[in-house]
Design a binder for this molecule. Structure first.
Ligand SMILES: CC(C)(COP(=O)(O)OP(=O)(O)OC[C@H]1O[C@@H](n2cnc3c(N)ncnc32)[C@H](O)[C@@H]1OP(=O)(O)O)[C@@H](O)C(=O)NCCC(=O)NCCS
Length: 173
């Protein structure tokens, strides 16, 4: 579906449940995420909600990232087709694979696909201002900071700030 030098992306499958649970349930690494599964059953529910088709407005489509060498799942990417032209993305890597450039390379491939194959107009991402690794990641890709909303998201019972980064097709090189 989407391939980069070191990674392959494919739609999430029910059989991925245990692997997804192993890194998504790590509440310290994922402390800025809205969804942290408590059980494998939570993951099953999450996977079963994935749309059958890619690129359908008003849906989130979840892809897993495989390391090309080992074919192991190293993380996942969520793509929110807001409407026909605008996209929201999110990325989570298994902690073991942080700091090696996998997310940067994979998201580059995703952004390239969305702009150049699917002709999307704008991609946004929503980040907690304390999530420094994510901020560095999207800035590395050329996203611009567009907004800082104060205490606009209720996550795990706490109101937190939200930064929005975006990039237009015309800005993507
Ligand atoms: C967001 C997240 C995916 C970023 O992961 P990451 O490991 O920092 O990003 P990359 O895989 O692109 O790796 C980049 C790092 O590897 C280093 N690196 C090493 N080899 C590299 C290579 N060949 N190419 C590029 N970078 C390389 C970079 O210098 C950079 O490190 P630095 O930030 O200290 O400068 C990760 O922190 C995560 O999964 N967090 C939890 C989930 C989350 O909060 N997601 C965001 C909400 S959607």
């Amino acid at each position: 579906m989407i391939e980069t030098e070191k990674t392959i992306l494919r739609p999430i499958e029910l059989n991925d449940n245990k692997k997804i649970f192993s890194y998504r349930s790590d509440s310290e690494t994922n402390k800025y995420q809205g969804w942290i599964p408590k059980t494998v059953k939570d993951v099953n529910e999450f996977i079963s909600k994935n749309p059958k088709e890619f690129n359908i407005p008003e849906t989130w489509f979840q892809l897993v990232i495989l390391d090309k060498k080992t074919k192991m799942i190293i993380g996942d990417v969520g793509i929110h087709f807001i409407d026909n032209y605008q996209i929201e993305i999110g990325c989570t890597l298994d902690k073991k694979y942080h700091g090696k450039g996998f997310a940067t390379e994979t998201l580059k491939g995703v952004v390239e696909h969305l702009f150049n194959k699917l002709d999307k107009h704008r991609i946004v991402t929503s980040i907690d201002p304390q999530n420094i690794d994510s901020i560095k990641l999207v800035e590395r890709l050329g996203f611009r900071k567009e907004a800082h909303f104060k205490k606009s998201l209720l996550i795990n019972g706490e109101w937190v700030d939200d930064i929005v980064y975006a990039i237009l097709k015309t800005e993507w090189k």
